[in-house]
Write a protein of this length. Structure first.
Ligand code: SF4
Ligand code: SF4
Length: 395
């Protein structure tokens, strides 16, 4: 009887971003996967998709893929004599966002091209997805030979978890990302859209920075969490399955894992993976804090006819906490409908215009945008967090 080969994922423990030791760990990861040159052909073109997020932040906040992590991956990649471009679509309001995050310095040091994707424009493409028929993608990804995906392990206030699959959301224009936030307000539909984009530009290799992850209200408002994991695979969905398990989830309870698995875009079920290196039980962290705002897990248990009511209760109503507000106007710039406004030198939100996309909350670095919810919504969130914890303990 022919035995099917399982999808391989390298999982290694490592607790800091110090150069030599980290490079050894990455070399070991690639060794487990058959060698870097078996995945990425020497002298080819490689696009490296980092997780940068806007507004730019320093690496200690654990919002971006740590530039020291990327530096070591790039150093190994350079040994293949490949043409490298590192990039993401970032919004940094006249500043050099890559300088703030440390990416400018790393790429200059290694003499590697670093690009804000918006500079090269975007190309319309058919994607024949489940919710998207067409979208716009950076040509840098469409015209490259290989895509190397470097996500950060984080929990997420809307999609519950964010990793390798969601990292590819950054390859479409900023404005379109906001439009999709407005159009796909249910997290299962939004996740299906994420999988559509992922399917347009599937990475050839994913190496996740789970050394210091983010817990709580990711992608930008959570707290750094020492996890000490480097996870790599040719299968990005498998990386997310392992990472979400480490963060205390049942991997198939995460919509992006489940949907990508069902669509044959990768393996989201742990039983179907061969994990090489560390034992996943030794890396798993049951104290990992999940988002208190996300309700994706519990929503599966709510009958369909109640979705509209629950959706209304779950809506987040942003309010400016004026004591913390520095009037930096990042929220005013990013608001897709002009609901966040500057009025007589202070920022306010016009609730009649607000479409509850949470972009102002995501962009504010000063914890000055608070999200309020109706009482039933708060109850559902509490139950969702409890349900998530219980199911992760039972699986
Ligand atoms: S709410 Fe936050 S993002 Fe908006 S102006 Fe104030 S500090 Fe800046
Ligand atoms: S005020 Fe905030 S939540 Fe409302 S539409 Fe603008 S960015 Fe989105």
């Amino acid at each position: 009887m022919r035995v099917m080969k399982k999808t391989q994922v390298a999982l290694l423990r490592h607790t800091d971003y110090k150069s030599d030791r980290l490079r050894n760990i990455l070399e070991k990861c690639f060794f487990y996967l058959g060698g870097l040159e078996s995945i990425i052909k020497p002298r080819s073109k490689v696009f490296v998709k980092i997780n940068h997020l806007s507004p730019p932040s320093t690496p200690d906040k654990a919002i971006v893929t740590h530039p020291a992590f990327t530096r070591e991956v790039l150093s190994l990649l350079k040994q293949l004599d490949v043409e490298i471009t590192v990039g993401d679509d970032i919004q940094s309001k006249g500043k050099d966002g890559f300088l703030v995050s440390g990416y400018r310095q790393v790429c200059e040091e290694l003499d590697v091209r670093l690009v804000n994707l918006r500079e090269g424009g975007f190309r319309e493409m058919d994607c024949a997805g489940k919710v998207l028929k067409k979208t716009y993608i950076s040509p840098l990804l469409l015209d490259t030979d290989f895509i190397l995906n470097l996500p950060k392990l984080k929990t997420h206030s809307f999609t519950v978890f964010t990793g390798a699959v969601k990292n590819m959301f950054g390859v479409i224009p900023h404005g379109l990302r906001h439009r999709y936030h407005r159009e796909f307000i249910r997290s299962d539909v939004f996740s299906q859209m994420l999988v559509d984009i992922f399917a347009c530009v599937p990475p050839h290799l994913t190496v996740m920075d789970g050394i210091i992850a983010m817990e709580g209200e990711g992608p930008g408002q959570g707290n750094p969490k020492n996890v000490g994991a480097v996870i790599a695979s040719k299968d990005a969905v498998a990386v997310d399955a392992v990472a979400s398990r480490i963060a205390g989830f049942n991997p198939l309870s995460i919509y992006t894992n489940q949907l990508a698995h069902e669509r044959g875009l990768g393996i989201g079920r742990l039983e179907d993976l061969e994990i090489l290196g560390a034992n996943i039980q030794d890396v798993e962290d049951r104290s990992f804090k999940h988002s208190a705002l996300a309700v994706g897990i519990l929503r599966r248990k709510i009958p369909a006819f109640l979705h509209a009511f629950i959706q209304d209760q779950l809506i987040f109503i942003p309010e400016i906490f004026t004591k913390n507000c520095t009037s930096c106007l990042e929220c005013v710039d990013i608001c897709p409908v002009g609901a966040a406004q500057l009025e007589k030198s202070s920022v306010r939100i016009d609730k009649s215009l607000c479409i509850h996309c949470m972009c102002c909350h995501e962009v504010c670095r000063f914890q000055a945008v608070k999200l309020k919810q109706k009482a039933v919504g708060k109850l559902v969130n509490g139950l969702s967090a409890l349900y998530g914890k219980i199911t992760s303990l039972l699986t």
